[in-house]
Design a protein around this ligand. Structure first.
Ligand code: NDP
Ligand code: OXD
Length: 320
């Protein structure tokens, strides 16, 4: 048993792997825990915990039994053509991560709703200028794209604050107090009643590039915020960055908050950094806390070794 290895494969070198190796080693004393690049016999590697590993690194592990994403998304794993076929891939579903995402979503939605940037600018100019048109949350329609673990939690918390919340997903969801739209056939109706669009979709072949100018033009034009707002914490590959900039410039969009980008870190030359309508956060809407995530994955490994099925295994065809 002690010969079996859990390999931590993360981008950023041994320094980035260290907290994960340490967190897993404390929880799994019967396994050897190693970082990618450590001298380990590949035939001993039973489990991999990965975040943006170098493609091909998992190709020659003959005893591999499961791969765990260190985040909720698995696009970084499924994009690797060397990911061994037939090995289950499980993702993070954990209340710590879910709460972090909802904190971020609430912060961004409320910032746009209550004009946080405007008042920050005014304070810098010592300018007292109240906006008498400030609507109540109930008059603002938020649309959450993706009603999975993260989207449903964020939607419920937005509704608690008082926003008029709807959601859109692939299959029909039934969530109390939430207007649920499903599939391509209901996308226009969903967009047409949305003032603030919150994107919490996974990146899959079906969703890549979905948030483009054509979609943004279908958002509500009659809202109380003076124009629609985009908030994306799903993945950068969901959005067309040039389209977002063009839509901000021509008034299709009033503002955008982006946590994720096609290339990360966002290039210093990207106009997104400097556009007055754009708020950038560095893909940290919901970070994976090593203690919380190691608890989850170590529990999964112990269950698997006891012969029980893994939870949160993704469908490789659906890609999420
Ligand atoms: P889930 O798998 O639980 O939910 C995904 C949702 O997206 C489901 O409602 C699903 O529909 C919907 N969906 C998928 N494909 C389509 C489609 N083609 N059309 C319409 N709806 C679709 O994922 P999570 O909620 O856990 O996470 C979502 C994403 O958030 C992750 O994949 C990741 O990319 C991102 N993320 C970002 C973080 C950050 O810090 N920025 C942190 C964590 C996650 P259905 O309900 O029908 O299955
Ligand atoms: C995740 C992420 O997928 O951090 O968990 O983006």
């Amino acid at each position: 048993m002690a010969d079996d290895v859990l390999m931590v494969a993360v981008d950023g070198g041994p320094g980035a792997a260290a907290p994960w190796v340490e967190a897993f080693a404390r929880r799994l004393p019967d396994l050897a825990v190693a970082a990618l690049g450590d001298a380990v016999d590949p035939a001993r590697v039973r489990y991999v915990a990965a975040w943006k590993h170098p493609h091909g690194a998992l190709a020659a592990l003959p005893a591999l039994e499961a791969v765990f994403s260190l985040g909720a998304g698995v696009d970084h794993l499924l994009a690797d053509p060397g990911l061994p076929a037939g090995v289950p891939v499980a993702r993070v579903v954990d209340p710590d991560l879910t709460n972090r995402m909802s904190e971020w979503v609430l912060l961004q939605v409320l910032s746009h709703h209550r004009q946080a940037r405007r008042y920050a600018r005014q304070q810098a100019e010592s300018r007292w200028d109240d906006d008498p048109r400030q609507p109540a949350a109930r008059a603002v329609r938020v649309g959450v794209m993706g009603l999975g673990v993260l989207g449903l939690d964020a939607a419920a918390k937005l509704a608690l604050v008082g926003f008029d919340v709807a959601g859109w997903s692939r299959s029909r969801r039934d969530a109390p107090g939430l207007a649920c739209y499903a599939g391509a056939a209901e996308l226009d109706d969903f967009l047409g009643r949305t003032d603030i669009l919150v994107v919490l979709l996974p990146l899959t072949p079906d969703t890549a590039g979905l948030v483009d100018a054509g979609l943004l033009r279908r958002l509500a034009r009659d809202g109380r915020l003076g124009g629609p707002v985009l908030i994306n914490a799903g993945r950068g590959g969901l959005q067309r960055e040039d389209d977002i900039l063009a839509c901000l410039d021509d008034g299709t969009l009033r503002a955008a908050t982006l946590d994720v980008f096609a290339r990360e870190p966002l290039d210093r030359a990207s106009p997104l950094w400097r556009h007055p309508g754009v708020t950038v956060t560095p893909h940290n809407a919901a970070l994976s806390d090593p203690e919380a995530v190691a608890d989850l994955i170590a529990g999964q490994i112990l269950a698997h070794r006891a012969g029980r099925p893994l939870d949160h295994v993704v469908d490789r065809v659906r890609a999420y």
